[in-house]
Design a protein around this ligand. Structure first.
Ligand SMILES: CC(C)(COP(=O)(O)OP(=O)(O)OC[C@H]1O[C@@H](n2cnc3c(N)ncnc32)[C@H](O)[C@@H]1OP(=O)(O)O)[C@@H](O)C(=O)NCCC(=O)NCCS
Length: 158
């Protein structure tokens, strides 16, 4: 399946105001196993599954940790009275490139600007290190994801 590479413009999403959710950097990925598992389970039950990436909590949790040559930063969106985790983005930095690894928003919280705000946080995090542009790869049959990235970015079709 063809992969589309999206090049995220600096500042994309930065003006997004999200009234109901808060974005914060995750300083201890090992502490958010429970909330991430709950988020992934909520996504898996919904009809969009099959037209987007297959997400498994063990796969996502395994991608949160940095390893030699690969720094992984993550930001989460929390919402509701109990601060439920409703979204996550990871930023993967290597010597050669900086890219979005995972981006996931709870189905009940989509189309409220949370995806945009998470990406803006990741792009700002890359800029703090003097890195960019940030890219994101999407399979061409992931319709929602393709529409999302096209709304945010200039697409180079790589
Ligand atoms: C893709 C995803 C992260 C978007 O999160 P979101 O919080 O709903 O995104 P936003 O609300 O910030 O959307 C920003 C814009 O993207 C576009 N967009 C987002 N989802 C869309 C969809 N399903 N169909 C068409 N356009 C879409 C819209 O232009 C939207 O602006 P609007 O709502 O004002 O029209 C979310 O749908 C998701 O988690 N999908 C499953 C996992 C996935 O595909 N991740 C990306 C893999 S690369």
């Amino acid at each position: 399946m063809p992969v589309i590479r999206h090049v995220i413009a600096p500042g994309d999403g930065a003006r997004t105001a999200i009234a109901d959710a808060a974005i914060s950097r995750c300083t201890d990925p090992s502490a958010i196993g429970g909330p991430i598992t709950a988020l992934v389970e909520a996504c898996g039950e919904r009809p969009w599954a099959g037209t987007g990436p297959v997400v498994r909590s063990e796969g996502l949790l395994g991608e949160l940790a940095s390893r030699p040559g690969r720094t992984v930063d993550s930001w989460v969106a929390t919402a509701g009275a109990e601060g439920e985790c409703v979204g996550i983005v990871t930023l993967v930095t290597t010597a050669a490139a900086v890219s979005v690894g995972w981006l996931l928003v709870h189905p009940g919280w989509r189309r409220r600007g949370i995806g945009r705000a998470l990406v803006a946080a990741a792009v700002a995090g890359a800029a703090e290190r003097g890195r960019g542009p940030v890219t994101a790869d999407t399979r061409s049959d992931w319709a929602g994801a393709v529409a999302f990235w096209q709304a945010l970015s200039a697409t180079d079709g790589a």
